[in-house]
Ligand binder design. Structure first.
Ligand code: K7E
Ligand code: CUA
Ligand code: CA
Length: 641
């Protein structure tokens, strides 16, 4: 990034150099910060203006001991295959929800219940030990989050996980057939035909890598035959409803507020297998899927299936979709290897970032619908703005006041720009100064999201930026650096950097919403589990041949059985119900030499199955501090030779 005095095209302030600009930003932050200083630390709470930390004024990101954050953040957990729950503005990590990868704390991948969600190999171990989560989004109602579910992708094994936002646990994982490199994910926000369904019923998934269909060993050396698919998963059943065969590939996904359109940006229009060929075309595409027409085509039987999958696949290729009146898919041309497609909170536009082009492309959804209805000849007329914003634009967030915030990977900046002014500029009004502000971030930002950004309730308070490189921002810890999540106050005209938060790699995407959107339950219901041991009196060892069921309950500071005896070679299923009803009274169950450890929350039931292949005495102990007699909370498993 240069610090020269070149005038920024479209910069609203009077052509300040970047150096002057940074100084001005800092000053504004300081002065307004004092003016806006208030007890809650919420930006703008004392009127307009920002709330940057200043002398005599608590930092707006500081949540005092005993106070609660005002926002939840759901962060993708990257290579840990989990979802992380943050409190904002403090940035404190409150929870991790394991999904795709085993987790030692809760026993994810150890208990039968978690294995049933994860899937198992024939030997009973979890199907996969690795994952790469990128994108997380939550279910909608009336254009805002409704606190039912969140979803997260695993790019490595093309799996989608659902998280229940009542218990904050993963309850389903679905494998996408015919797909590799499942990347973008987005729930729909309404049904395209049924106005009563003003909530999420589908989740759309973009397949990034093209493969032979089916991928069974044929055509492996004929990359021109490889294909990518766009998938629709049922939000409730988590079954794959349908897929669309496309030309090129899918990257990120966005959905319209009326439910009619889903989109994916596409960087490999070239259908290439090598990177240099993937960037050979000057323009790639943003694809729009006509959801109602696709579902009608499926109903009408106009689909294929591949290999062992029974999921209907409709034709969304360019050749098959030339006539707008019957097209299922529209290919809008956007500049070179775009990345990110985001829906503006007013419901009017999708923004595609240029990545290899220094531009963002604004596409008006009503015009895409006009094209599908034969009312507009040239599809590319749906592009209402294509303006320069800086180098390496990737992802865009919104403040609900008409401004967009785009990360500039190469410039290490966030640029704030006004959508309507960009449209005016694109139309020919060269006096329209669409760039409102720029701020340096540290360093090389990828995803960005603002509080409530991807809802109609975008509130324009906080902006989080996922910086891929932290370099010098934290104490050195050897070669592997954390990433740097930065928090920016966007309540004023100028962005103000509030805080750095180190984060273990690599989260990519996240969402931020007001805390009252979810009302998590803190105690389970005994009836949640069909195998609950509802009374300590029901405990015991129940034998059926060499299959043994051990029923056990916990109530601080004791397990219901002081010991239990099995025989070497028995296949033991141990069912444990925590009868404690008190909030936060979690117990653990750790069994030496048998690779078993899991936690049981109040009124929760979990089970494990293992072969008692080692004779001897094994002290199973409570592994979660629960009581003054926690250390004494044990039971003895005796395995007779
Ligand atoms: Cu931009 Cu996978 Cu969302 Cu990373 S992707 S940054
Ligand atoms: Cu029960 Cu510790
Ligand atoms: Ca390309």
């Amino acid at each position: 990034m240069s610090d020269d005095h070149k005038e920024d095209p479209g910069l609203s302030s009077t052509g300040l150099s970047r150096r002057k600009f940074i100084n001005t930003t800092a000053l504004v932050g300081l002065t307004l910060g004092v003016a806006a200083c208030d007890k809650t630390g919420a930006p703008g709470a004392a009127g307009e203006g920002t709330a940057a930390g200043a002398e005599g004024c608590a930092s707006p990101t500081e949540i005092k001991p005993g106070e609660l954050d005002t926002y939840y953040g759901l962060w993708s957990g990257g290579h840990n295959g989990d979802m992380r729950v943050l409190g904002l503005p403090s940035g404190r990590e409150i929870h991790r929800i394991p999904c795709f990868v085993p987790d030692a704390l809760v026993g994810w991948g150890i208990t039968n219940e978690s294995k049933a969600v994860m899937g198992t190999k024939p030997d009973g171990t979890p199907l996969y030990q690795v994952a790469d989560t990128h994108h997380t989004h939550a279910s909608y109602k009336d254009g805002n989050y409704d606190g039912r579910y969140a979803w997260i992708n695993d790019k490595i094994n093309s799996r989608i996980a659902r998280i229940r936002l009542d218990y904050f646990v993963c309850d389903k994982i679905t494998d996408l057939p015919n797909v590799q490199g499942f990347h973008g994910i987005f729930p729909d926000k309404a049904d395209p035909v049924d106005p009563n369904k003003n909530y999420t019923t589908r989740v759309f998934c973009g397949g990034e890598f093209a493969i032979p269909l089916p991928n069974d060993g044929h055509d492996v050396n004929a990359p021109e035959k490889y294909r990518s698919l766009f998938s629709c998963v049922d939000a409730e059943s988590m079954e794959v409803r349908w897929q669309v065969l496309i030309d090129g590939n899918c990257d990120l996904v966005a959905t319209s507020y009326d439910g009619k359109l889903a989109a994916t940006n596409q960087y490999n229009t070239e259908n290439a297998v090598h990177y240099e060929d993937m960037m050979s075309a000057e323009r790639d595409a943003c694809l729009f899927f006509n959801v109602a027409r696709i579902e009608q085509a499926v109903k009408d039987g106009k689909f294929k299936t591949y290999g062992t999958s029974s999921v209907p696949v409709v034709d969304g290729t360019r050749d098959g979709n030339k006539d707008p009146k019957t097209a299922l898919v529209a290919y809008v041309s956007v500049p070179k290897n775009p990345h990110g497609v985001n829906a503006s909170p007013d419901g009017k536009y999708f923004i595609c970032a240029g990545k290899l082009s220094p531009t963002t492309t604004t596409i008006e959804l009503s015009k895409v619908l006009d094209w599908f209805e034969g009312k507009m000849d040239k599809l590319d007329d749906a592009i209402v703005a294509e303006v320069e914003v800086g180098l390496g634009p990737l992802h865009t967030a919104f403040d609900g006041r008409g401004n967009a915030y785009t990360t500039l990977f190469l410039d290490s900046q966030v640029v704030k720009w006004n959508i309507e002014k960009a449209i005016a500029f694109h139309k020919g009004d060269k006096s329209a100064k669409y760039v409102v502000d720029r701020i340096d971030v540290h360093y090389q930002p990828g995803h960005i999201n603002a509080s409530q950004s991807e809802t109609k309730a975008a509130d324009g308070k906080y902006l989080a930026v996922g910086c891929k490189f932290s370099k010098d921002r934290f104490l050195p810890v050897g070669p592997l650096h954390p990433e740097n999540e930065q928090l920016i106050d966007i309540s004023g005209d100028k962005m103000v950097l509030l805080a750095d938060h180190p984060v273990r790699g690599e989260p990519h995407d996240f969402i931020i919403f007001k805390r009252d959107i979810v009302t998590p339950k803190q105690v389970y219901n005994l009836d949640d589990s069909p195998i609950a041991v509802k009374d300590a009196k029901d405990s015991g060892v129940f034998r059926d041949g060499n299959k043994v069921t051990v029923k056990l309950t916990s109530q601080a500071p004791a397990f219901s059985l002081r010991e239990f005896t099995v025989k070497k070679g028995d296949v033991v299923t141990l069912i444990l119900t925590n009868l404690d009803k008190v909030e936060d009274l979690t117990h653990g169950f750790a069994l030496p030499k048998y690779n078993i450890q899991f936690v049981i929350n109040p009124q929760e039931t979990k089970s494990v199955t293992f072969v008692a292949d080692k004779p001897g005495v094994f002290w199973a102990y409570c592994s979660t501090f629960c009581h003054a007699l926690h250390l004494e909370m044990r039971t003895r498993m005796i395995v007779e030779a």
